[in-house]
Design a protein around this ligand. Structure first.
Ligand code: ADP
Ligand code: MG
Length: 707
């Protein structure tokens, strides 16, 4: 095989080359950068997925079917067979037994190496075939030559980056990288029962393990060398989280002490509470106090409010906003979609404007004139509350005195956007308090690791009077029955959501899907209004459709997942989700939370389609079953994490792409506890080592993690 030119890794910083003469990057180099393999240390930390054992020659008679083995023998027979397709069949005899090699793709050069009488070394998976034992497309070369002393690593790679090239690159990275210890032995000794080797030894071993290793301990990453790496990784993450916390603790935020100027009047908060048509749940009261305690401090709050869909996070946000505005400062609320921002806007206006709070709204679709007015209200400080989408973080938006930033459905925003909102605080070197809200609860282990720098408040109680949602999993072939059910609901004056899937790669397919369903439902339900809502519609149209549904004029709303978050129409009692098998569990749960908001018994129908297959796959079945079995968002998040793993669970946007590569929060809880204990000690006693350690592991990503 032709190999691309040798990799030019990590050129010394002082060998400045004129940019024009820089050679174009080869596809392999580009692929390496994509994998994050830029520095020598990145290569050294790029660990094998698995290994191939080329260290031994096995006797065929001793090998079992299903095993991957390397044999050496003589070619006894070779022929090209033309059946349904051309194939090369070669028989090899190693003195103990014979084996058939089968190639569907082959070149004359292959035939030449494998000609009768040649002595060859062959490696592949042994299978019991119709004509006796055989190997399909094995690796082969002429026999002889030295056997390697270590297992051969197989690295995670991507298109355009051949394994052989990557192996060489990793080897040279490993030899050049600075692998001096950063963790003092006094800390390592705390986990010494694991006999953790030095970092260098651990890496050298994992890249090239000796053949006597129990492969199982490499596969399940329980080998001491793996433990060592996982401990290092977790420590880097904990140190960087702790640094972030300390940086913030050193920052200043306005202490929002409310009521000072109001003499005998009640606080805005008290007034708001009196006007609410309901009483706060115990959970809302508790969480409200937690937030209040933070807001009174002059350290910026960094709090996540998590609560299941429908738990009543909005009113908690409103109370925080009221305190902030009462103290004479501005509050900004950012929501991920226009619809959601609109909903917040109307709800918060109805709560807060009667108390004399002026509200400004910002959206991408606003007319220039309106926007200019809003910007003026914000800059003069006349608007106490500012609500909007991403429009809130645009450069033109200047706050007079922002003190509290609230982000709804925070997982929908990227780290950069959160940073941008925080930077809206003007003057005095102060930071605003930050309250993030999410309905996708973060499992405890994740909270401890990725969000170690975050205080968490949890609404673990739903407002009273909710009837649990009954979830049914139904084959798409039974659509007619579902439509009959819709008719029955309509007859009772109820409203229905019908959600079509979002396939990220192909918005146009979604659209076709939603449009077709809309047509079909309109025909099936001629007496009522059936509306359509999708992400490609102009915002004004979306708004019009949404308000028809909110006002109860429209009976059925067909939509893509634009309604996923936060929409609140209590009269909607049935949700049908089409192609439910394509959604993530947490997403299904979010969607389902759109119903069951009123007193009426509510239901969710998960329509699945098996496509061409006779039945739904095992995993998909288990996932949908989980949805039918529980309404508890925390339980669902736990199962989702189990099925998808933390990387996907968090989404790369939110994680800042600095997820754990090696450690597993479930199995490595012990190492995580160790890292949590050691991180502050490292920072206090060995700040230089701590710095080096974080840089080694997180490189440029560390800053990102701190958002
Ligand atoms: P989420 O936590 O999903 O954002 P919302 O804040 O939208 O939930 O609240 C869902 C619904 O419950 C809203 O209609 C809201 O007015 C109502 N609600 C909130 N708190 C209470 C309460 N303590 N008692 C009764 N209804 C409540
Ligand atoms: Mg909400």
């Amino acid at each position: 095989m032709m190999l691309p030119a040798a990799p030019a890794l990590d050129p010394a910083p002082n060998t400045a080359r004129p940019a024009a003469k820089a050679p174009a990057k080869s596809p392999a180099q580009k692929a390496m950068e994509k994998l994050g393999l830029r520095r020598d240390i990145d290569l050294a930390l790029h660990l094998p997925l698995r290994y191939e054992d080329e260290t031994r020659i096995v006797r065929l008679a001793d090998a079992r079917d299903g095993e991957v083995v390397q044999i050496e023998g003589e070619v006894m027979h070779s022929e090209v067979l033309i059946r349904s397709r051309r194939q090369l069949l070669v028989t090899v005899d190693d003195g103990s037994d014979t084996c058939l090699l089968r190639f569907l793709n082959f070149y004359p050069s292959h035939q030449k190496t494998l000609s009768v009488g040649s002595s060859v070394r062959v490696r592949g998976e042994l299978r019991g075939g119709f004509l006796g034992r055989e190997m399909m497309h094995p690796h082969f070369k002429l026999a002889g030559g030295e056997l390697p002393g270590a297992l051969t690593p197989v690295y995670p790679t991507s298109a355009g980056l051949p394994q052989v090239y990557l192996r060489k690159a990793v080897l040279s990275g490993l030899s050049r990288a600075d692998l001096r210890e950063t963790i003092p032995t006094e800390f390592l000794s705390k986990i010494l029962p694991l006999r953790l080797s030095s970092l260098r030894e651990a890496l050298q071993f994992l890249h090239h393990p000796t053949p006597d290793v129990a492969l199982q301990t490499l596969e399940d990453r329980s080998h001491p060398a793996w433990q060592r790496l996982k401990a290092e990784e977790l420590l880097a993450q904990q140190i960087s989280q702790l640094q972030a916390r300390r940086v913030r603790a050193a920052m200043r935020a306005p202490a929002l002490n409310g009521l000072a100027m109001r003499g005998t009047h009640c606080t805005l908060q008290q007034q708001l509470l009196e006007r609410l048509p309901f009483r706060l749940t115990a959970a809302q009261q508790r969480v409200g106090l937690e937030i209040e305690a933070d807001l009174k401090k002059s350290i910026p709050m960094h709090r996540l409010l998590q609560g299941d869909v429908g738990a009543g996070k909005t009113v908690v946000a409103a109370l925080a906003a009221a305190r902030c505005i009462d103290a004479g400062w501005q509050c900004a609320l950012m929501a991920p979609t226009e619809i959601l921002a609109e909903q917040h806007f109307s709800k918060l206006i109805s709560w807060l404007e009667p108390l004399g709070i002026k509200t400004a709204r910002l959206s991408g679709s606003q007319k220039t004139k309106e926007r200019r007015e809003m910007l003026a209200l914000i800059e003069s400080g006349e608007a106490g509350l500012v609500i909007g989408t991403h429009a809130v973080i645009q450069d033109k938006v200047v706050f007079k005195n922002l003190a509290l930033a609230i982000i709804d459905e925070q997982h929908r925003f990227g780290v950069a956007q959160r940073l941008a909102l925080r930077s809206k605080m003007t003057g005095g070197g102060q930071e605003p308090h930050l309250l993030m809200m999410t309905a996708t609860p973060i499992p405890r282990t994740l909270a401890m690791s990725y969000y170690a720098d975050l205080d968490v408040s949890t609404l673990d109680e739903l407002p009273p009077g909710r009837t649990p949602i009954v979830t049914k999993v139904v084959n798409d072939a039974r659509r007619d029955e579902v439509i009959a059910r819709i008719q029955a609901q309509i007859a009772e004056g109820r409203q229905i959501y019908w959600v079509c899937p979002l396939i990220e790669e192909s918005e146009s397919i979604d659209l076709v899907n939603a449009t077709q369903t809309h047509v079909a439902l309109s025909e099936a339900l001629p007496d009522v209004m059936v509306g359509l809502l999708h992400s490609r519609m102009p915002p004004a149209e979306k708004k019009a459709v949404m308000s028809l549904f909110t006002e109860g004029v429209m009976a059925v709303l067909v939509s893509t997942t634009v309604i996923e978050v936060g929409v609140d129409v209590p009269n909607a009692s049935l949700m049908v989700i089409e192609h439910a098998e394509r959604f993530g569990l947490s997403q299904l749960h979010q969607l389902r939370g759109r119903v069951g908001r009123g007193a009426a018994a509510s239901a969710c129908v998960l329509l699945y389609s098996t496509g061409d297959a006779p039945r739904l796959g095992e995993v998909a079945r288990a996932r949908l079953k989980a949805m039918a079995e529980t309404n508890d968002g925390f339980e669902i998040a736990r199962r989702d994490l189990e099925i998808r793993g933390p990387g996907e669970f968090l989404g790369a946007r939110q994680s800042g792409a600095a997820l754990l590569r090696f450690a597993d929060l479930q199995t490595d809880a012990g190492l995580l506890a160790w890292a949590r204990e050691v991180a502050p000690l490292m920072l206090d006693r060995y700040p230089d080592l701590a710095e080096r350690h974080v840089l080694r592991w997180l490189g440029g990503k560390a800053e990102f993690l701190k958002a």
